[in-house]
Design a protein around this ligand. Structure first.
Ligand SMILES: Cc1ncc(COP(=O)(O)O)c(C=O)c1O
Length: 411
């Protein structure tokens, strides 16, 4: 019997029943199509946020909807004690298309990183002994919200009040090889980096820095772990950003766009490194779930094509031209930067801390954008966003910025 009662909920319901760790906007989106979203009242938005760099193929992609329906009608869940066809197909695909020989599936970026950090510790333990356990990461980096990933992450605010956090973790400045040289040692088991820092403010790695990090890892027998949770799956114009840096990591984590919104994450590793997560050392009930893997396989098939990857640079240019034109008009940004469709615009000092105000004003105009810290406006749209949607969204951003400037002049 199909007896479904739909409860009425509003934004106020959040404050009544949810843990207060988020502060969602009052907008209630109910439907999306590629890069347009409609809320409950029927107001339409252009989506430059992509669910925080997740919906790389936009909303309601017809192939993904079909794959999901088909898999749902076959089998939803198996557990890791069964041979799982969608997971194996996806793993084969990921190993064929990247440096990696082996894959571990998780459900999120943090879990993929948790696996990577555990692998790094275990690999060093197996090959060099327990003394070699230090993980080096970079200030401003973000690797997730589990206790281990906030500890490796380079932002103190995410650790505060959760101490004692796991030990054996050091940090230094990103793009500063001298600082890394000063702290790396025979005790280092891994260096962890985002090829472009996302949450930290859209800061790309210098190619020379990235190469020297690789060399230092080789010199000290440390694994190089690339966190491509945000930069991966085509966002920068190649399937993974490492391809553009001329550096190959030993371990790479991916999530976000991999499922285009269906939860899935993966840790990719070389054969040699992967051996250290031997039978029984790590696991996940849902990791490799057939639904997630069937969808992710279709996502990879669609994104890893000349049409989609080849279109990223063109769209990047349209965004950059538009952002520069807005800046010539209002002089609000001191830097516009990024790779592919992971873009940041840092506000001038007199608007410091006001990136969030632009996000709110943009929503009023019918545009979703993001921040990356208090001073950087972040754009992470679908990789298949149309020229028209980019133009319309930029026109709305222009209006939003005019409002923010006017508000700050009268304030
Ligand atoms: C680089 C990076 N790593 C890890 C994470 C955590 O991913 P998740 O929220 O899926 O756990 C994020 C999320 O923003 C991220 O940007």
């Amino acid at each position: 019997m199909d007896k479904k009662v739909t409860q009425q909920v509003t934004r106020a319901t959040f404050d009544e029943v949810m843990v207060p760790n988020y502060a969602p906007s009052a907008i209630i989106p109910v439907r999306g199509e590629v890069s347009r979203v409609w809320d409950k009242e029927g107001k339409e938005y252009v989506d430059f946020a992509g669910g925080i760099a997740v919906t790389a193929l936009g909303h309601s992609h017809p192939t993904l909807v079909n794959v999901m329906r088909e898999q749902a009608g076959q089998i939803w869940h198996l557990s890791n004690v069964m041979t799982n066809e969608p997971a194996l197909r996806l793993a084969k695909k990921l190993t064929e298309k990247t440096f990696a020989d082996r894959v571990f599936f998780a459900n999120s970026g943090a879990e993929a990183n948790e696996a990577a950090f555990k692998l790094a510790r275990r690999y060093a333990f197996d090959h060099f002994g327990p003394e070699k356990h230090e993980i080096i990461a970079f200030y401003k980096s973000f690797h997730g919200r589990t206790l281990f990933t906030v500890s490796v992450g380079g932002q103190a605010k995410y650790k505060e009040g959760f101490e004692p956090t796991p030990g054996g973790i050091k940090h230094c400045d990103y793009n500063n090889i001298e600082q890394l040289k000063a702290i790396i040692s025979d005790k280092t088991c891994a260096v962890v980096m985002e090829p472009i820092q996302g949450e930290g403010g859209i800061i790309p790695a210098d190619i020379e820095f990235a190469k020297q990090v690789r060399e230092l890892c080789d010199q000290y027998n440390a694994l190089l772990v690339y966190d491509e949770v945000q930069s991966g799956v085509g966002r920068t114009g190649t399937l993974y950003a490492y391809e553009q840096l001329g550096v190959t990591p030993d371990v790479l984590t991916t999530a976000k766009a991999l499922g285009n919104g269906f939860p899935v994450g993966a840790m990719l590793a070389t054969e040699k490194a992967a051996k250290s997560l031997a039978f029984g050392t790590h696991g996940s009930t849902y990791g490799g779930n057939p639904m997630a893997c069937a969808i992710a396989e279709a996502v990879i098939d669609i994104i890893d094509t000349p049409e989609v990857l080849g279109g990223v640079a063109k769209r990047h240019d349209q965004f950059f031209d538009g952002l520069k034109a807005i800046n010539e008009k209002y002089h609000v940004f001191k830097d516009i930067r990024g790779m592919g469709l992971l873009m940041g615009a840092e506000v001038i000092d007199s608007l410091a801390g006001k990136a969030g105000e632009i996000v709110k004003a943009a929503a009023e105009e019918g545009l979703f954008v993001l921040v990356a810290g208090p001073n950087v406006l972040r754009l992470a749209p679908s990789l298949i966003i149309t020229e028209q949607d980019i133009a319309d969204g930029l026109a709305r951003l222009d209006k939003a910025i005019a409002t923010v400037i006017a508000n700050n002049q009268t304030a």
